[in-house]
Design a protein around this ligand. Structure first.
Ligand SMILES: Nc1nc2c(c(=O)[nH]1)N[C@H]1C(S)=C(S)[C@@H](COP(=O)(O)O)O[C@H]1N2
Ligand SMILES: [Mo]
Length: 224
């Protein structure tokens, strides 16, 4: 069977796993004692030092990775802790009484922000990953830790995770400019359902995305 047959709809294999940051500049500096700030619907804002993650059970996961622009990297081996364990152990006990959480906003040290529904965030293959392919995460792929949700497009997989905001309704206004609002990501972003964008059908951006990939990774793309 051709490998491509196992990729989600509209995806193409790429060689390796390129860095694909959308914000300019190189990887952000990692602070000496990194934390994940917990904000939003908690009784009091607090910070989780990354050292605290070592108190949770370790998780390993081999998964493919799919960018909304149509490239896929396969067989990435992530190691870290289950996001659900972080949530249940560290975040849930700090919620304000009676809070019904619907969404989280994950932020990266580079200013990246991404909204994820609580249902998707608590799926059993979602990790806070510290290692990739047997090595600590590097600057390209999200040092010091990354939110990894393999069943959702890359943009949900926030690199350099430094902040989680807890919300009781879908947060609006994450995407400031008109262009970004038109290109708004799909609220679920599930790759097998091809939920790329909120308003635009997948076919409408196919040519633009192919051109972007060809420009950014001239040797990388392999056609299906
Ligand atoms: N902090 C941060 N996370 C991010 C991004 C980013 O620019 N900054 N880009 C997203 C997008 S669109 C994709 S496809 C993947 C790319 O991951 P990679 O650079 O490890 O290949 O990271 C996602 N997470
Ligand atoms: Mo992406």
């Amino acid at each position: 069977m051709r490998r491509e047959a196992t990729l989600p709809p509209g995806q193409r294999l790429i060689d390796g796993f390129p860095r694909f940051g959308h914000l300019s500049g190189g990887p952000p500096a990692v602070p000496d004692n990194p934390v994940i700030e917990i904000r939003g619907a908690v009784t009091e804002a607090f910070d989780v030092p990354l050292t605290m993650l070592s108190t949770l059970p370790r998780r390993e996961l081999t998964a493919d990775f799919h960018c909304v622009a149509g490239w896929s990297a396969t067989k990435l081996r992530w190691e870290g802790v289950a996001f659900a364990a972080v949530y249940r152990t560290l975040i849930e006990p700090a919620l304000s009484p009676g809070t019904a959480v619907t969404h989280l906003v994950c932020s990266g040290l580079d200013g990246w922000r991404s909204v994820v529904s609580i249902e998707d965030a608590l799926a059993d293959d979602v990790l806070v990953a510290e290692r990739l392919n047997g090595r600590p995460l590097d600057g390209d792929h999200g040092a010091p830790v990354r939110f990894v949700s393999p069943r959702q497009y890359g943009f949900i997989n926030t690199k350099h995770l430094c902040r989680i905001e807890v919300h009781t309704a879908e947060p609006k206004g994450i995407h400031g400019s008109l262009a970004m609002r038109v290109l708004a990501p799909h609220p679920r972003a599930r790759v097998w359902e091809e939920e790329r964008h909120r308003y635009l059908p997948s076919w409408s951006l196919r040519c633009a995305y192919r051109a972007t990939i060809a420009f950014l990774m001239p040797k990388g793309g392999r056609s299906a």
